[in-house]
Design a protein around this ligand. Structure first.
Ligand code: C2O
Ligand code: CU
Length: 503
């Protein structure tokens, strides 16, 4: 196995130099990044970044100490589901670069999965072993599949240059994971993602619970929102949908926001929010006169009760589209979007989170700001994390079993939907106001300008995990950090021969 130093061959441009600082730390002084390993990022942060400021342990005891191949180290490709276990659900997904026909709108150039965008919805049952064979038929830049919100083993995370090489045209890659948590999720490419996701290389995946949920639904529908070349679509069509439902029946609408910005959901009728980002809300109450905001990448499952015979209710999803539920012959008028937003910090009934965050093993800061500078040779007004610009951004080192608390502060003037791979995080507080409702579990969290959130997670899924903004053009402009487990290494690189460009 090559050493970390071998993996890093920064392009020498002009007088660009790389400087080794101490034990493997790296100064990013080149103007072009060239080929690099994610493992070399944030090397200079050891001992004096956010976690040190909070007095967390182990800042120096990490893989960044500069050795590879030592006892106890594990390669990301070894972090898999049980290879001997046969699959319960097996799907083949074929990606193509082609024209997408948008029913109700105009055709756009983009990417399809099995000939359509969004691709087919994958449906599994909690506990199933899911196996997806991904085939890249014609996506010239290469492609991958990432399972957004699902805590897959690291080898199946689908991030080009970190957990695999981008699959070239004619190539295949098999993803295997156990569908441990029921809920609404989605999949998308994580190669040149700002372009491939925006242009349709995505689809829904729903994991049905093994046990009946607290609120049983009579009908279960998916509402995947996406904008294709300025056209707002619902499940790939630039039109509204009709769901015929008997009076009094409960319809569970799984809203997936695959866009680059926040989506609003509202109705003139009351509804309940049953789940956020795949996690059931404890004791969801009726929401009236308020909208629910779903961050980019996020999901909300809402329950709507079908009205009396001859009547229908309209659920607005994402501003431009809606679902009309009830009598097929009835119409329901549009309702103005409420200005008041449901506060998930205080929604539902409190119950123990099952996680003691009073003395966390690690505490990190993730402070987002922006400033003018050069990134990979490009001048611009770029995002910074803890005052540093990509790729000199923090690497959050954790050990398996750690309870991790992270404080996300937004000093940047723009909203950022923050997304950590491989883990569900629970919101502890916003602007120092403690969460008081149902445990609010998220994998995509809108942090608005001036806000600060305290979140927590258990480091229970070893690997190297991206922790980035899901407004993907922001990720390209540097709003990407990583959580790295001690002892985990990756053989993959970014910008090398495989052409890996995860963002
Ligand atoms: Cu939905 Cu790193 O992505
Ligand atoms: Cu952002």
């Amino acid at each position: 196995m090559p050493s970390r130093r071998d993996l890093l061959r920064c392009a020498v441009v002009g007088v660009a130099v790389t400087t080794a600082l101490g034990a493997g730390a790296l100064a990013w002084s080149s103007t072009l990044l060239g080929e690099y390993s994610v493992m070399d990022m944030g090397g200079g942060d050891h001992g004096h970044d956010g976690h040190a400021a909070h007095g967390a342990v182990g800042a120096g005891a990490s893989v960044a100490s500069g050795t590879t191949g030592a006892a106890g180290e594990v390669d990301v490709t070894a972090l898999t589901a049980d290879p001997a276990r046969p699959a319960d659900v097996r799907v083949e997904l074929v990606a193509r670069q082609e024209t997408i026909d948008v029913p109700g709108g105009r055709a756009v150039e983009g990417y399809t999965v099995n000939g359509e965008s969004p691709g087919p919805e994958i449906r599994a049952r909690q506990g199933d072993l899911v196996e997806v064979e991904f085939v890249n038929e014609s996506v010239a830049a290469g492609a991958t599949l990432h399972w957004h919100g699902i805590d897959v083993p690291n080898a199946a995370d689908g991030v080009a240059g970190i957990t695999q090489d981008a699959v070239p045209v004619g190539g295949r890659h098999v993803y295997r994971f156990e569908a441990t948590d029921a809920g609404t999720y989605w999949y998308h490419s994580h190669q040149v993602s700002h372009e491939q996701v925006e242009r349709g290389l995505l689809g829904a995946i729903v994991i049905d619970p093994a046990e009946p949920p607290a609120v049983a639904a009579d009908l279960d529908v998916t509402a995947l929102l996406h904008v294709y070349g300025g056209q707002h679509t619902l499940n790939g069509r630039a039109e509204d949908e009709q769901v015929t439902a008997d009076p009094g029946s409960i319809v569970r609408v799984r809203v997936i926001n695959s866009d680059q910005g926040t989506a609003a959901v509202w109705s003139a009728a009351s509804f309940r929010v049953l789940a956020t980002d795949g996690h059931e809300v404890n004791g969801p109450t009726e929401v009236e006169g308020q909208r629910v905001l779903i961050p980019a990448g996020g999901r909300a499952d809402v329950a709507v009760r079908a009205p009396a015979r001859g009547d229908a209710v309209r659920l607005h999803v994402g501003g431009a589209r809606s679902i009309v539920i009830g009598d097929a012959a009835a119409s329901a008028p549009k309702a103005p979007q409420p200005s008041e937003t449901l506060d998930l910090l205080a929604y539902g009934d409190a119950t123990p989170v099952g996680l003691d965050t009073s003395t966390p093993d690690r505490s990190f800061d993730y402070v987002i700001a922006r400033r003018f500078g050069l990134m990979d040779g490009r001048p611009g007004n770029f995002w910074t994390i803890n005052g540093r610009m990509f790729p000199d951004v923090p690497m959050f080192h954790v050990s398996e079993g750690d309870v991790v608390v992270m404080r996300i502060v937004n000093d940047s003037g723009d909203v950022h939907p923050m997304h950590l791979h491989g883990h569900h995080v629970v919101v502890l507080s916003r602007d120092d106001v403690a969460a008081s409702g149902s445990p609010w579990w998220v994998d995509s969290l809108d942090v608005r300008p001036g806000e600060s959130y305290e979140i927590a997670f258990v480091a229970d899924n070893p690997g190297i995990w991206s922790d980035h903004c899901h407004t993907l053009p922001h990720a390209v402009d540097g709003l990407v950090a990583h959580v790295m487990y001690d002892g985990v290494t990756t053989p993959f690189t970014i910008n090398g021969d495989a052409g890996n460009r995860p963002e």
